[in-house]
Design a binder for this molecule. Structure first.
Ligand code: UD1
Length: 373
Protein backbone atom coordinates (compact mmCIF):
# COMPACT_ATOMS: atom_id res chain seq x y z
CA UNK A 1 0.00 0.00 0.00
CA UNK A 2 1.23 3.51 -0.77
CA UNK A 3 2.52 5.52 2.20
CA UNK A 4 0.43 8.58 3.04
CA UNK A 5 2.63 11.69 3.28
CA UNK A 6 1.43 15.16 4.27
CA UNK A 7 3.49 18.03 2.90
CA UNK A 8 2.98 21.25 4.84
CA UNK A 9 3.05 24.65 3.12
CA UNK A 10 2.32 27.89 4.95
CA UNK A 11 4.06 31.02 3.77
CA UNK A 12 5.70 32.38 0.66
CA UNK A 13 9.22 30.96 1.16
CA UNK A 14 7.77 27.49 1.80
CA UNK A 15 6.17 27.03 -1.59
CA UNK A 16 9.47 26.73 -3.52
CA UNK A 17 10.65 24.12 -1.01
CA UNK A 18 7.48 22.07 -1.13
CA UNK A 19 6.92 22.08 -4.92
CA UNK A 20 9.87 19.93 -6.09
CA UNK A 21 9.21 17.34 -3.41
CA UNK A 22 5.49 17.33 -4.16
CA UNK A 23 6.15 16.59 -7.85
CA UNK A 24 8.70 13.88 -6.99
CA UNK A 25 6.43 12.09 -4.49
CA UNK A 26 3.37 12.50 -6.69
CA UNK A 27 5.13 10.69 -9.54
CA UNK A 28 6.08 7.71 -7.34
CA UNK A 29 3.60 4.81 -7.00
CA UNK A 30 4.63 3.99 -3.45
CA UNK A 31 3.61 7.42 -2.10
CA UNK A 32 0.22 9.04 -1.68
CA UNK A 33 1.07 12.72 -1.15
CA UNK A 34 -1.38 15.29 0.20
CA UNK A 35 -0.75 19.01 0.29
CA UNK A 36 -1.71 20.91 3.45
CA UNK A 37 -1.75 24.76 3.27
CA UNK A 38 -2.03 26.34 6.71
CA UNK A 39 -3.05 29.71 5.23
CA UNK A 40 -0.35 31.72 7.09
CA UNK A 41 0.05 33.64 3.81
CA UNK A 42 -3.22 34.13 1.98
CA UNK A 43 -3.02 37.13 -0.42
CA UNK A 44 -3.16 36.14 -4.10
CA UNK A 45 0.35 37.46 -4.72
CA UNK A 46 1.80 35.87 -1.56
CA UNK A 47 0.26 32.44 -2.12
CA UNK A 48 -1.96 31.61 -5.16
CA UNK A 49 0.59 32.99 -7.65
CA UNK A 50 3.18 30.58 -6.27
CA UNK A 51 0.86 27.59 -6.53
CA UNK A 52 0.23 28.46 -10.18
CA UNK A 53 3.87 29.16 -11.04
CA UNK A 54 5.13 26.02 -9.34
CA UNK A 55 2.31 23.92 -10.83
CA UNK A 56 1.03 22.90 -7.42
CA UNK A 57 -2.57 21.66 -7.30
CA UNK A 58 -5.19 23.14 -5.00
CA UNK A 59 -4.25 22.05 -1.45
CA UNK A 60 -5.99 18.92 -0.17
CA UNK A 61 -6.44 20.72 3.16
CA UNK A 62 -6.61 24.49 3.65
CA UNK A 63 -6.47 25.47 7.32
CA UNK A 64 -7.16 29.22 6.88
CA UNK A 65 -5.22 30.37 9.95
CA UNK A 66 -4.33 33.81 8.52
CA UNK A 67 -2.36 36.48 10.40
CA UNK A 68 -2.08 37.11 14.13
CA UNK A 69 0.39 37.27 16.98
CA UNK A 70 2.97 34.51 17.13
CA UNK A 71 1.00 32.58 19.74
CA UNK A 72 -2.29 33.00 17.89
CA UNK A 73 -0.81 31.85 14.60
CA UNK A 74 1.13 28.93 16.10
CA UNK A 75 -1.81 27.88 18.29
CA UNK A 76 -4.35 28.06 15.47
CA UNK A 77 -2.17 25.91 13.20
CA UNK A 78 -1.79 23.37 16.01
CA UNK A 79 -5.52 23.20 16.72
CA UNK A 80 -6.49 22.92 13.06
CA UNK A 81 -3.76 20.54 11.93
CA UNK A 82 -4.29 18.25 14.93
CA UNK A 83 -7.85 17.61 13.70
CA UNK A 84 -6.61 16.82 10.20
CA UNK A 85 -3.81 14.54 11.42
CA UNK A 86 -6.06 12.62 13.82
CA UNK A 87 -8.55 12.00 11.06
CA UNK A 88 -6.18 11.29 8.15
CA UNK A 89 -3.42 9.49 10.10
CA UNK A 90 -0.52 10.22 7.73
CA UNK A 91 2.42 7.79 7.78
CA UNK A 92 4.90 10.68 7.55
CA UNK A 93 4.66 14.46 7.63
CA UNK A 94 7.16 16.80 5.96
CA UNK A 95 7.60 20.33 7.32
CA UNK A 96 9.86 22.86 5.58
CA UNK A 97 11.75 26.03 6.49
CA UNK A 98 11.34 28.02 9.69
CA UNK A 99 7.99 29.78 9.78
CA UNK A 100 5.51 29.59 12.66
CA UNK A 101 3.51 26.85 10.90
CA UNK A 102 6.64 24.67 10.62
CA UNK A 103 7.16 24.47 14.39
CA UNK A 104 3.42 24.20 15.05
CA UNK A 105 2.92 21.17 12.83
CA UNK A 106 6.10 19.49 14.10
CA UNK A 107 4.76 19.80 17.66
CA UNK A 108 1.41 18.30 16.71
CA UNK A 109 3.09 15.35 15.01
CA UNK A 110 5.54 14.69 17.84
CA UNK A 111 2.69 14.48 20.34
CA UNK A 112 0.53 12.27 18.12
CA UNK A 113 3.54 10.00 17.45
CA UNK A 114 3.37 10.72 13.74
CA UNK A 115 6.87 10.62 12.24
CA UNK A 116 7.92 14.05 11.02
CA UNK A 117 10.82 15.13 8.84
CA UNK A 118 12.19 18.66 8.69
CA UNK A 119 13.42 19.81 5.31
CA UNK A 120 16.02 22.60 5.66
CA UNK A 121 17.09 21.45 9.13
CA UNK A 122 20.11 22.55 11.15
CA UNK A 123 20.27 26.19 10.05
CA UNK A 124 21.17 28.56 12.89
CA UNK A 125 21.66 32.31 12.99
CA UNK A 126 22.53 32.15 16.70
CA UNK A 127 20.09 35.06 17.11
CA UNK A 128 17.13 34.20 19.32
CA UNK A 129 15.60 37.63 18.72
CA UNK A 130 14.48 36.22 15.36
CA UNK A 131 11.21 34.28 15.60
CA UNK A 132 12.54 31.95 12.89
CA UNK A 133 15.47 30.90 15.09
CA UNK A 134 13.05 29.76 17.81
CA UNK A 135 11.05 27.86 15.18
CA UNK A 136 14.24 26.16 13.90
CA UNK A 137 15.35 25.09 17.38
CA UNK A 138 11.94 23.71 18.33
CA UNK A 139 11.38 21.91 15.04
CA UNK A 140 14.81 20.28 14.96
CA UNK A 141 14.62 19.18 18.60
CA UNK A 142 11.45 17.15 18.03
CA UNK A 143 11.61 15.96 14.40
CA UNK A 144 12.36 12.30 13.74
CA UNK A 145 14.42 12.93 10.64
CA UNK A 146 16.43 16.03 9.70
CA UNK A 147 17.25 16.87 6.10
CA UNK A 148 20.06 19.45 5.99
CA UNK A 149 21.14 21.64 3.06
CA UNK A 150 24.82 22.11 3.97
CA UNK A 151 27.54 20.83 6.36
CA UNK A 152 26.99 23.65 8.89
CA UNK A 153 23.50 22.19 9.42
CA UNK A 154 24.96 18.78 10.34
CA UNK A 155 27.44 20.46 12.69
CA UNK A 156 24.79 22.47 14.55
CA UNK A 157 22.63 19.41 15.06
CA UNK A 158 25.57 17.32 16.32
CA UNK A 159 26.43 20.12 18.79
CA UNK A 160 22.83 20.11 20.03
CA UNK A 161 23.00 16.37 20.70
CA UNK A 162 20.98 15.10 17.74
CA UNK A 163 22.24 11.59 16.86
CA UNK A 164 23.90 11.37 13.44
CA UNK A 165 21.45 8.68 12.25
CA UNK A 166 18.62 11.19 12.38
CA UNK A 167 20.48 13.56 10.04
CA UNK A 168 20.82 13.28 6.29
CA UNK A 169 22.36 15.94 4.07
CA UNK A 170 20.16 16.24 0.98
CA UNK A 171 21.20 19.65 -0.38
CA UNK A 172 19.28 22.83 -1.10
CA UNK A 173 15.76 22.21 -2.36
CA UNK A 174 15.15 25.90 -3.32
CA UNK A 175 17.34 25.44 -6.35
CA UNK A 176 15.31 22.44 -7.51
CA UNK A 177 12.44 24.88 -8.03
CA UNK A 178 14.69 27.17 -10.04
CA UNK A 179 15.78 24.31 -12.29
CA UNK A 180 12.20 23.01 -12.64
CA UNK A 181 11.06 26.45 -13.77
CA UNK A 182 14.25 27.64 -15.52
CA UNK A 183 12.75 27.69 -19.04
CA UNK A 184 9.75 29.69 -17.95
CA UNK A 185 11.89 32.05 -15.83
CA UNK A 186 14.17 32.74 -18.80
CA UNK A 187 11.24 33.21 -21.19
CA UNK A 188 9.38 35.53 -18.80
CA UNK A 189 9.41 39.27 -19.62
CA UNK A 190 8.91 40.91 -16.22
CA UNK A 191 12.23 42.81 -16.25
CA UNK A 192 11.81 43.86 -19.89
CA UNK A 193 8.20 44.93 -19.31
CA UNK A 194 9.41 47.22 -16.52
CA UNK A 195 11.80 48.78 -19.06
CA UNK A 196 14.87 47.44 -17.24
CA UNK A 197 18.19 46.80 -18.98
CA UNK A 198 20.02 43.59 -18.03
CA UNK A 199 22.47 44.38 -15.18
CA UNK A 200 21.16 47.94 -15.11
CA UNK A 201 19.19 47.75 -11.85
CA UNK A 202 19.18 46.30 -8.35
CA UNK A 203 16.40 44.27 -6.69
CA UNK A 204 15.38 45.21 -3.14
CA UNK A 205 13.33 43.08 -0.70
CA UNK A 206 12.84 43.89 2.98
CA UNK A 207 10.41 42.37 5.46
CA UNK A 208 12.25 41.33 8.68
CA UNK A 209 10.74 42.84 11.82
CA UNK A 210 14.20 44.19 12.80
CA UNK A 211 14.32 46.26 9.58
CA UNK A 212 10.71 47.24 9.04
CA UNK A 213 8.86 47.25 12.35
CA UNK A 214 10.21 50.56 13.72
CA UNK A 215 10.13 54.02 12.21
CA UNK A 216 13.82 54.61 13.01
CA UNK A 217 14.99 51.46 11.21
CA UNK A 218 12.87 52.28 8.17
CA UNK A 219 14.04 55.89 8.06
CA UNK A 220 17.70 54.87 8.07
CA UNK A 221 17.08 52.35 5.28
CA UNK A 222 15.16 54.88 3.20
CA UNK A 223 18.03 57.41 3.49
CA UNK A 224 20.57 54.77 2.37
CA UNK A 225 18.37 53.51 -0.46
CA UNK A 226 18.08 57.13 -1.68
CA UNK A 227 21.90 57.39 -1.78
CA UNK A 228 22.26 54.01 -3.52
CA UNK A 229 19.63 55.02 -6.09
CA UNK A 230 21.94 57.78 -7.29
CA UNK A 231 24.22 55.11 -8.79
CA UNK A 232 21.72 52.41 -9.82
CA UNK A 233 17.95 52.13 -10.23
CA UNK A 234 16.21 50.12 -7.49
CA UNK A 235 13.18 47.89 -8.04
CA UNK A 236 11.46 47.05 -4.77
CA UNK A 237 8.55 44.57 -4.63
CA UNK A 238 7.06 45.54 -1.27
CA UNK A 239 6.05 42.79 1.20
CA UNK A 240 2.64 43.41 2.90
CA UNK A 241 4.27 43.70 6.35
CA UNK A 242 6.61 46.39 5.01
CA UNK A 243 3.92 48.27 3.11
CA UNK A 244 1.71 48.23 6.20
CA UNK A 245 4.47 49.72 8.34
CA UNK A 246 5.52 52.31 5.73
CA UNK A 247 1.91 53.49 5.71
CA UNK A 248 1.62 53.40 9.51
CA UNK A 249 4.74 55.54 9.97
CA UNK A 250 3.83 57.93 7.13
CA UNK A 251 6.94 56.98 5.10
CA UNK A 252 5.44 55.44 1.98
CA UNK A 253 5.21 58.71 0.02
CA UNK A 254 8.78 59.68 0.93
CA UNK A 255 10.13 56.34 -0.29
CA UNK A 256 8.11 56.26 -3.50
CA UNK A 257 9.13 59.86 -4.36
CA UNK A 258 12.88 59.05 -4.42
CA UNK A 259 14.18 59.30 -8.01
CA UNK A 260 15.41 55.89 -9.18
CA UNK A 261 13.32 53.91 -6.66
CA UNK A 262 10.46 51.90 -8.08
CA UNK A 263 7.97 50.31 -5.68
CA UNK A 264 5.93 47.44 -7.09
CA UNK A 265 3.60 44.80 -5.64
CA UNK A 266 5.03 41.42 -4.58
CA UNK A 267 5.67 39.19 -7.60
CA UNK A 268 5.03 35.50 -8.25
CA UNK A 269 7.97 33.10 -8.31
CA UNK A 270 8.64 33.11 -12.05
CA UNK A 271 8.30 36.89 -12.39
CA UNK A 272 10.49 37.52 -9.36
CA UNK A 273 13.24 35.16 -10.50
CA UNK A 274 13.14 36.75 -13.95
CA UNK A 275 13.76 40.10 -12.26
CA UNK A 276 16.57 38.70 -10.08
CA UNK A 277 18.45 36.80 -12.78
CA UNK A 278 19.16 39.94 -14.84
CA UNK A 279 19.83 42.25 -11.91
CA UNK A 280 23.23 43.75 -11.09
CA UNK A 281 22.82 43.02 -7.39
CA UNK A 282 20.27 42.31 -4.67
CA UNK A 283 19.67 44.19 -1.42
CA UNK A 284 17.68 42.01 0.95
CA UNK A 285 16.93 40.55 4.35
CA UNK A 286 15.35 37.39 2.89
CA UNK A 287 16.85 33.97 3.55
CA UNK A 288 15.95 32.44 0.20
CA UNK A 289 17.30 35.30 -1.90
CA UNK A 290 20.74 34.94 -0.28
CA UNK A 291 20.77 31.39 -1.68
CA UNK A 292 19.30 32.17 -5.08
CA UNK A 293 21.85 34.95 -5.71
CA UNK A 294 24.70 32.64 -4.72
CA UNK A 295 23.32 30.08 -7.16
CA UNK A 296 23.11 32.69 -9.93
CA UNK A 297 26.44 34.39 -9.10
CA UNK A 298 24.83 37.78 -8.38
CA UNK A 299 26.18 40.03 -5.57
CA UNK A 300 23.88 39.98 -2.55
CA UNK A 301 23.92 42.65 0.19
CA UNK A 302 22.14 41.22 3.21
CA UNK A 303 20.82 43.80 5.66
CA UNK A 304 21.16 41.65 8.77
CA UNK A 305 23.76 41.25 11.53
CA UNK A 306 23.89 37.47 10.98
CA UNK A 307 22.73 34.72 8.66
CA UNK A 308 21.64 31.13 9.14
CA UNK A 309 22.97 30.45 5.63
CA UNK A 310 26.75 30.94 6.05
CA UNK A 311 27.67 29.00 2.89
CA UNK A 312 26.32 31.96 0.92
CA UNK A 313 29.13 34.03 2.47
CA UNK A 314 31.99 31.53 2.69
CA UNK A 315 31.34 30.07 -0.77
CA UNK A 316 28.87 32.40 -2.46
CA UNK A 317 28.28 36.04 -3.35
CA UNK A 318 26.66 37.22 -0.13
CA UNK A 319 27.89 39.82 2.38
CA UNK A 320 26.27 41.03 5.59
CA UNK A 321 25.86 44.79 5.46
CA UNK A 322 25.00 47.32 8.17
CA UNK A 323 22.21 49.71 7.08
CA UNK A 324 24.49 52.73 7.50
CA UNK A 325 27.06 51.20 5.10
CA UNK A 326 24.57 50.20 2.43
CA UNK A 327 25.27 52.83 -0.22
CA UNK A 328 29.06 52.40 0.15
CA UNK A 329 28.70 48.61 -0.28
CA UNK A 330 26.47 49.08 -3.33
CA UNK A 331 29.25 51.21 -4.87
CA UNK A 332 31.75 48.41 -4.16
CA UNK A 333 29.56 45.77 -5.76
CA UNK A 334 29.00 47.96 -8.82
CA UNK A 335 32.75 48.50 -9.23
CA UNK A 336 33.29 44.73 -9.29
CA UNK A 337 34.95 44.65 -5.86
CA UNK A 338 32.89 41.65 -4.71
CA UNK A 339 33.38 37.89 -4.17
CA UNK A 340 32.75 35.88 -7.35
CA UNK A 341 31.57 32.80 -5.43
CA UNK A 342 30.68 29.28 -6.49
CA UNK A 343 27.76 26.93 -5.95
CA UNK A 344 28.01 24.98 -2.69
CA UNK A 345 28.04 21.19 -2.83
CA UNK A 346 24.60 19.55 -3.39
CA UNK A 347 22.99 22.81 -4.51
CA UNK A 348 22.39 21.05 -7.80
CA UNK A 349 18.65 20.91 -8.45
CA UNK A 350 18.49 17.23 -7.44
CA UNK A 351 17.60 17.51 -3.77
CA UNK A 352 13.98 16.33 -4.08
CA UNK A 353 15.16 13.00 -5.51
CA UNK A 354 17.49 12.52 -2.54
CA UNK A 355 14.61 13.33 -0.16
CA UNK A 356 12.44 10.71 -1.79
CA UNK A 357 15.12 8.03 -1.49
CA UNK A 358 15.71 8.96 2.14
CA UNK A 359 12.01 8.74 2.99
CA UNK A 360 11.72 5.41 1.19
CA UNK A 361 14.61 3.99 3.23
CA UNK A 362 13.02 5.24 6.47
CA UNK A 363 9.65 3.72 5.62
CA UNK A 364 11.35 0.41 4.82
CA UNK A 365 12.95 0.07 8.28
CA UNK A 366 10.10 1.75 10.19
CA UNK A 367 10.06 5.13 11.90
CA UNK A 368 11.05 3.68 15.29
CA UNK A 369 14.13 1.93 13.85
CA UNK A 370 15.71 4.75 11.85
CA UNK A 371 19.13 3.97 13.34
CA UNK A 372 19.05 0.59 11.55
CA UNK A 373 18.79 1.97 8.04
C1 UD1 B 1 6.69 35.14 7.61
C2 UD1 B 1 7.73 34.29 8.33
C3 UD1 B 1 9.12 34.66 7.84
C4 UD1 B 1 9.21 34.60 6.33
C5 UD1 B 1 8.12 35.50 5.75
C6 UD1 B 1 8.14 35.54 4.25
C7 UD1 B 1 7.23 33.63 10.67
C8 UD1 B 1 7.54 33.93 12.07
N1 UD1 B 1 7.70 34.53 9.77
O1 UD1 B 1 6.90 36.50 7.97
O2 UD1 B 1 10.05 33.75 8.38
O3 UD1 B 1 10.47 35.07 5.92
O4 UD1 B 1 6.86 34.99 6.21
O5 UD1 B 1 7.18 36.45 3.78
O6 UD1 B 1 6.61 32.64 10.39
N2 UD1 B 1 0.15 39.72 5.37
C9 UD1 B 1 -0.71 40.01 4.38
N3 UD1 B 1 -1.01 39.02 3.47
C10 UD1 B 1 -0.45 37.77 3.54
C11 UD1 B 1 0.43 37.49 4.58
C12 UD1 B 1 0.74 38.47 5.51
O7 UD1 B 1 -1.22 41.10 4.27
O8 UD1 B 1 -0.77 36.92 2.67
C13 UD1 B 1 0.51 40.81 6.34
C14 UD1 B 1 -0.35 40.81 7.58
O9 UD1 B 1 -0.54 42.10 7.97
C15 UD1 B 1 0.52 40.09 8.59
C16 UD1 B 1 1.91 40.53 8.17
O10 UD1 B 1 1.86 40.63 6.77
O11 UD1 B 1 0.20 40.43 9.90
C17 UD1 B 1 2.98 39.59 8.57
O12 UD1 B 1 2.68 38.24 8.16
P1 UD1 B 1 3.23 37.00 8.99
O13 UD1 B 1 2.81 35.74 8.34
O14 UD1 B 1 2.92 37.17 10.43
O15 UD1 B 1 4.80 37.18 8.90
P2 UD1 B 1 5.77 37.59 7.74
O16 UD1 B 1 6.36 38.92 8.05
O17 UD1 B 1 5.17 37.42 6.37
Amino acid sequence: MASLVHLIAAARPNFMKVAPLYHELNAADDFDVKLVHTGQHYDANMSDAFFEDLRLPKPDYYLEVGSGTHAQQTGNVMIKYEEVAMEAKPDWVVVVGDVNSTAAVAMVCAKLHIPVVHLEAGLRSGDRDMPEEINRLVTDAISDLLWTPSPDGDEHLAREGVPAWRVERVGNIMLDSYELMRDRIEADTTAADLGLEPKGYAVVTLHRPSNVDTKEALQLLIAELAKAAQSIGLVFPVHPRTRGNLEKFGLLDELSAIPGVRLIDPLGYIQFMNLVRSSALAITDSGGLQEETTYLGIPCLTLRPNTERPATITEGTNKLVKPENLSAEVAKALSGDWPVGRRPDLWDGKTAGRCLESLRACIEVGADRLQDR
